[in-house]
Write a protein that binds this ligand. Sequence first.
Ligand code: PLP
Length: 449
Amino acid sequence: MTTQTAQTDAQVRADDRAHVFHSWSAQAKIDPLPVAGGEGSSFWDYEGNTYLDFSSQLVNLNLGHQHPDLVAAVQQQAGRLATIQPSMANDVRGELARLIAEVAPDGFEKVFFTNGGAEANEYAVRMARQFTGRRKVLSMYRSYHGSTATAISLTGDPRRWANDIGDNGTVRFFGPYLYRSAFHSTTIEEESQRALEHLEQTILLEGPGTIAAIIIETVVGTNGVLVPPPGYLDGVRGLCDRHGIVYIADEVMVGFGRIGEWFAIDAFDAKPDLITFAKGVNSGYVPLGGVVISDRIAKHFDDAPFPGGLTYSGHPLACAPGVATFEVFRRDGILERVRDLGSRVVEPALRAMAEKHPSVGEVRGRGLFWAIELVRDRETREPLVPFNAAGADAAPMGAFAAAAKEGGVWPFLHFNRTHIAPPLVISEEDLVRGLGVIDEALDVADGYT
Ligand code: PLP
């Protein structure tokens, strides 16, 4: 038997169609783009079309496609020691754990490595349950925490619906979201306060002594780039202290630079007990995720054995590009450029779009992580497509996306929103060009208002 690398659009499509079972899709209804290659913030298909990647793949490609330092790190590590099991000590694994601990908040020294974000959340919850001896976990309705058994039950958005059997110990609450406030707030201060009161009521009515953890995306990602209002996360910390609950910050999407911080929590006044990460830690060159563990929780497992593990925990091929990521971030001032490009280029451009286009209800975000929320009617805030729209119902977003792709930008879409999440290494020129394409594509969305 010979294996052959497929090299034409037709071959790639044929093998994909026949043999690849895709995530989150009705298999007969999808037509995935065959990708021939990529570099920096762009990738291209076999027909010569190049796209500026405004979604960083799944918001993981922080250092862009084929970054020479990351590619070299994987290659060199493969030549040196391709794999080693997790209960042995390994140089690159230890170095990455030390680098992560150095940029984590004070009092976080240990890292448990996983193969991705969902597993990181699974293990964080397991640690919290072992630590507290309690079972329940509180999570937000507007959230995504991954697709494995516990992670999908923590997830608030409709991806949970078909998977959740409803008796897994998860209780959901509303987080702050002023534009569509669950609390009828009119100011950001009111929203923060009322969301905290609602969370406290939820804790009290559920029974504080039954709750192991509260898990919150520091900036809610796929569900809308919801930046927490002042005081909110600090208030969550206070509630956790008062009731002996572990605070898990899910930073799978926002950790490692997306908003211009190593950990997004650094931008807010709060300190969690466990921080989960994945994606940006090595831009997904080899799957990697993990949990950064506060000393208080780590200490619990000094004598009590931690009941869990993974064959590939801290895989050297994944850790090597993680170490290289730290080098690149520091050498190239990635965090600083994210903050600069976000406030100087993206924010003013999006605010101008919001002024100009009747289909734009709200723009919000930070760093290189923004959402444009599209509406049919700015007065009523009726979303451009219904919540969880599919098929014909989602046509206006499909038309917007087609226009963006026609202009050479690959957009991120979720229900009635498009997110602006390019690689953190995008050139200013490409960023401005891509924003121009989004601006033009919004003319199409305007046609549906
Ligand atoms: N948590 C958040 C906030 C995410 O955005 C994601 C993925 O998008 C996950 C967890 C799950 O990560 P993974 O797909 O690596 O399992």
